[in-house]
Write a protein that binds this ligand. Structure first.
Ligand code: PMP
Length: 391
């Protein structure tokens, strides 16, 4: 008789095959065969010389995607949230001030993370779909005197791309570090970390890069490093401590690397491949393609009589489009209908945009006119067949 009280689960006897879907929500996006194949290569040790070379390649790829010369450039093992926490946990000590710009969910989340480490948190808030002027940011920095200012470049919950020019200088005038989230915008909208005076920038793997979720690029400027490596207290997280990660990624100039954690080896292979594809295509070409495809999409939506949630054309995020939820319809019925009948994911709103919008993400390889035509056809079909109330 077996000593086990829990038998082998029956469900695990079935073979799993992942469904093939058009991943046109705000992420994850479809992973092209070349990146999937890279992830299926055999595992090697996370500190073998070949792996260290892959990490060095990833670092160069991120420097290119971020347009930065920062030596302190790595990928954290985890999703975009991990990079968010890495930025905040390393740059801020308990009792210090943090200011977050809230024009969607990401500024709220950053505020919550900073609160959890005992920071003094203030936020400036504007309507979903809006963004902040330099004057508003300048005034808030003067009033609250934070050590860190958080801004989302590509607000995926509202579909806004935030202007960045000049904000770095304003932050520095107030002796404050400028932290930017580009999870949903990197590779899809112009971004220049060094030229724009961004001190900490992070992204994710599963959007424009088309790699599987689970790794997150992050980079720290010299000014950010001054703060991060001269702390009085240790960061609350051992896993995200940049002193350890800097050594692990060979960024601290020390001759030996010390084991910190087991790198997600396959995820790094995929990330490397995705950055190689971006480098081959060229960053500016990628920005341009996302812009043109988004314009084509937006025109198509307007021709169908649908309205875009972001009124200011220049503030529309090229990667994630927010469409005003069609009046009289239940948005959940539309997204379910499209999933069921077109095998295609689009999503509803998030945070402040829940119930107000449909969100469509066309990122990396998914950013094409063929994908747009597919989404427009699916929407046309859904609006014909989904229930519409008379009121
Ligand atoms: N920031 C933005 C702008 C995002 O779009 C996302 C993902 N939707 C995140 C942060 C968080 O990334 P993840 O889901 O990979 O943790």
């Amino acid at each position: 008789m077996s000593s086990l009280s829990v038998p082998p689960p029956k469900c695990l006897q079935k073979t799993f095959v992942a469904p093939r879907r058009h991943m046109f929500g705000p992420g994850p996006s479809n992973v092209p065969p070349r990146i999937l194949a890279a992830g299926a290569e055999p595992i090697i040790g996370h500190m073998h010389p070949e792996m260290l070379e892959i990490m060095s390649d990833i670092k160069s790829g991120i420097q290119y995607a971020f347009q930065t010369q920062n030596n302190m450039t790595i990928a954290v093992s985890g999703t975009g949230h991990t990079a968010m926490e890495c930025a905040i946990f390393n740059a801020v000590e308990p009792g210090e001030g943090v200011l977050t710009a809230v024009n969607g969910i990401w500024g709220e989340r950053a505020a919550e993370m900073a609160e959890r480490i005992g920071a003094r948190v203030n936020s400036i808030v504007t309507t979903a779909g809006g963004y902040f002027t330099s004057e508003e940011i300048d005034q808030a920095l003067a009033k609250h005197k934070p050590v860190l200012f958080f801004l989302t470049h590509g607000e995926s919950s509202t579909g806004v791309v935030h202007p960045l020019d000049g904000i770095g200088d304003i932050c520095h005038k107030h002796n404050c570090l400028f932290l930017v989230d580009c999870v949903a915008s990197m590779g899809g909208a112009p971004l220049y970390m060094d030229k724009q005076g961004i001190d900490i920038l992070y992204s994710g793997s599963q959007k424009v890069l088309n790699a599987p979720p689970g790794t997150a690029p992050i980079s720290f400027s010299e000014r950010a490093c001054q703060k991060v490596f001269n702390r009085k207290t240790k960061p609350v997280s051992f896993f995200l401590d940049m002193t350890w990660l800097a050594n692990y990624w060979g960024c601290d100039g020390k001759p030996t690397r010390i084991y910190h954690h087991t790198a997600p080896v396959s995820a790094f292979y995929s990330l490397r491949e995705s950055l190689a594809i971006l480098a081959e295509q060229g960053l500016e070409n990628s920005w341009q393609r996302h812009k043109e495809v988004a314009q084509y999409f937006h025109e198509g939506l307007e021709k169908m009589g649908l309205k875009l949630f972001v009124k200011d054309k220049n503030a529309r995020l090229p990667t994630v489009t927010t469409i005003v939820a069609p009046p009289g319809y239940d948005w959940k019925e539309i997204t379910s209908y499209i999933m069921k009948n077109h095998n295609l994911e689009i999503s509803g709103g998030l945070g402040p945009s829940v119930g107000q919008v449909l969100r469509v993400g066309l990122m990396g390889g998914n950013s094409s006119k063929a994908s747009v035509d597919m989404v427009l056809e699916a929407l046309r079909d859904a609006l014909r067949y989904c229930h519409k109330s008379k009121v």
